[in-house]
Design a protein around this ligand. Sequence first.
Ligand code: CTP
Length: 216
Amino acid sequence: MSGALANRRVLVTAGPTYEDIDPVRFIGNRSSGKMGFAIAEAAAARGASVVLVAGPVSLATPAGVERVDVRSAAQMREAVLARLPVDVYISAAAVADYTPADTAEQKIKKGAGAMTLELVPTVDILAEVAAHGQRPHLVVGFAAETSDVGRNARGKLEAKGLDMIAANRVGVAGSGFESDDNALSVYWPGGARELGPGPKTRLAGELLDLVSLRLA
Ligand code: CTP
């Protein structure tokens, strides 16, 4: 296969995770999976062998991509760790930071008063991959921020031990979650690049070009 990522193994996560409360309820987040799917497609188009670990989304599998469907953060973690080693890990999924301490086997019945749900932290998959014994050559994270994008993203780059982070401002029109368009601020140690605004498919290609350059 020819292309900038020929003979490279690329592992991408995409979409939300759903954390079950009981058989009919879950805690989720607003992620369409479009950015991660576009990244998987762009990596395959550049000749990479691509595995896409997808949370619950209704999107078609990009051509030439091997897809693994998961639901929860714990399942996503298991699927990712089982796929190491790879050359590049791109963590585009909006992984839940908290999950219910217990999942009820039966539907929880309504009571008269208030209800309290105990949540426990999930494992940070991205930080775990970046510190793994089989660490990929390039570990790329995402950061969804509502303010102070640059400072927060650079903080995550350092705290999680990443090689690159793509930050997007969420909660504004024309970018982020359900939109087909996005704008990314990409940071790496010693550099930065603004991508977009533009279609997620185009930004995915531009991000993969940055990834290929950093790999080379
Ligand atoms: N991530 C992950 N596992 C988690 C939580 C997040 O792998 N349990 C990854 C996401 O895929 C993303 C990056 O971490 O690439 C940043 O996620 P984000 O929600 O922006 O940051 P957090 O580290 O969760 O920090 P905060 O929510 O406080 O901003």
